[in-house]
Design a protein around this ligand. Structure first.
Ligand code: URP
Ligand code: ZN
Ligand code: ZN
Length: 456
């Protein structure tokens, strides 16, 4: 007997679409065939006229983290609701390592926050911001335990988060030696510090000076420097939130020189430009790195289509309007980060697939197959096949949805894409066979999400 039979939908497989029924038992896909018998299932779900996708993976979120004297507004509970609304069934978040706390301690604390609070499955990348050699031995042990992805920043020195010098070499080498990889927020701190100091001294506090203080050259330089180091110590890199053509070129150059390097970009760098900062509410859009120019966005779209960029994730880090206003419209005091987890798939489908920039299969690679493979989840997640988790998204292409913050679950009371019309609707999201979204509404009851770790 099946727990659930989903019938009538057009199922998106890695290589093709096919009209197949999906049988689910104990959270797994156990049958994938046409004409499955509804009488053999406890429950059925009619997916007629829907496309069925594997649940999507957002490999870069920040639920409830401290930034500039406040905390990002979503916790795991509210953020995972927002995620499910947009067809995300796995988020990969990060530890927050306090000064004096070891990597393992920070991980245990983060696990404590997520456990029993997430509606969808979650993974945790390990931030390496306090790199006391005393906890270097933890790196290999964490990798053994399936925490294979670490994260460092080449900026945010003022917040005590920057990695540099001997620490960078030692930590990256250790991660490489044990077969893990380092996710990197790549912006050259020196270039940023100089530009920021100049703007502050001249009284240039408007949001546009956030972009002027963090130029694309800083992204490119940090990528080149880190890539050279990664080659020396034989470690793999994953560049998060690639925002610029210059950064992209640095990443591709590094790859051509033999650095093992994955590249991630985010919708904000594809769909918005620095012009957003000149709007009356431009300070709400402050996120790091800043949005760039239309030429940069075009280069990133092309790199997605060509397969040069490996993933699209969100860097979801929402702040409410009140939190954004608390910075007094001064770019240097405004908490940086924007919401995104709910709109990742609808936007990439609309502007990518619907508008002809990406094939459906490429979108699937970027949002499901590649993150599953890169983060060691491919035995459970990232595609629809017998034996995989029944993480599924039903998408109705006949509907259009005008995005409104008020309709999206989650803590954010504004949305960067307010009034944007997307070319379809997530009608249902299932996490390991459980329906979290039905007819576009959140219907989850128990927080059900579990920690996922890497099985390479
Ligand atoms: O401004 C952003 N993106 N905030 C979140 C932290 C980070 O740098 O990814
Ligand atoms: Zn970052
Ligand atoms: Zn981030």
């Amino acid at each position: 007997m099946l727990d659930l039979l989903i019938f009538g939908g057009l199922v998106t497989l890695p290589e093709k679409q096919a009209r197949l029924d999906i049988g689910v038992s104990e959270g797994k896909i156990v049958a994938l065939a046409s004409g499955l018998d509804p009488a053999a299932a406890t429950q059925t779900l009619d997916a007629t006229d829907r496309l069925i996708f594997p649940g999507f993976i957002d490999s870069h979120t920040h639920m409830g983290i401290p930034i500039k004297d406040t905390w990002s507004a979503d916790d795991f509970e509210s953020g995972s609701r927002a995620a499910a609304w947009g067809g995300i069934t796995t988020i990969l978040d990060f530890t927050v390592q306090a000064k004096g706390q070891s990597y393992r301690q920070a991980l245990e604390e983060r696990r404590g926050r997520a456990q029993g609070n997430s509606h969808i499955d979650y993974g945790i990348h390990v931030n390496v911001t306090d790199n006391n050699p005393a906890w270097q031995h933890e790196i290999g042990a964490l990798i053994n335990d399936g925490f294979t992805h670490f994260k460092a920043f080449t900026t945010y020195r003022e917040a005590g988060m920057m990695i540099e010098g001997d620490d960078f070499r030692r930590v990256l080498g250790e991660i490489g030696r044990h077969g893990g990889f380092l996710m990197l927020h790549a912006e050259d701190n020196e270039l940023i510090a100089q530009a920021t100091a100049k703007n502050l001294a001249e009284g240039n506090l408007a949001p546009l000076y956030h972009a002027r203080s963090r130029p694309a050259t800083a992204e490119a330089k940090a990528i080149r420097d880190a890539a050279a180091l990664a080659r020396e110590v034989d470690a793999q890199l994953y560049i998060v939130h690639l925002s610029s053509q210059a950064g992209l070129e640095a990443g591709l150059e590094a790859r051509a020189q033999g650095t093992k390097i994955y590249l991630e970009t985010c919708p904000q760098y594809l769909l918005m430009t620095e012009g957003m900062f000149e709007r009356p509410n431009g300070h709400w859009y402050i996120t790091t790195p800043p949005m760039r120019t239309a030429t940069d966005a075009e280069a990133l779209w092309q790199a997605l289509a060509d397969g040069h960029i490996n993933t699209v994730a969100t860097d979801h880090c929402p702040f409410t309007i009140a939190q954004k206003e608390s910075g007094g419209r001064d770019f240097s005091r405004t908490p940086n980060g924007i919401p995104g987890v709910a709109t990742l798939f609808p936007l990439l489908y609309t502007y990518g697939v619907h508008d002809g920039r990406l094939t459906l299969q490429r979108m699937l690679e970027l949002l499901a197959e590649n993150p599953a493979r890169i983060f060691g989840l491919a035995d459970r997640k990232g595609k629809i096949a017998v034996g995989m988790d029944a993480d599924l998204v039903l998408w109705d292409e006949r509907e259009t949805v005008k995005l409104h913050a008020a309709d999206i679950p989650g803590a954010a009371d504004w949305n960067p894409y307010e009034h944007v019309v997307v070319a379809g609707k997530v009608t249902h999201t299932l996490s390991r066979g459980r329906v979290l979204i039905a007819n576009g509404q959140f219907v989850g009851h128990n927080v059900w999400g579990e920690l996922v770790t890497s099985r390479q």
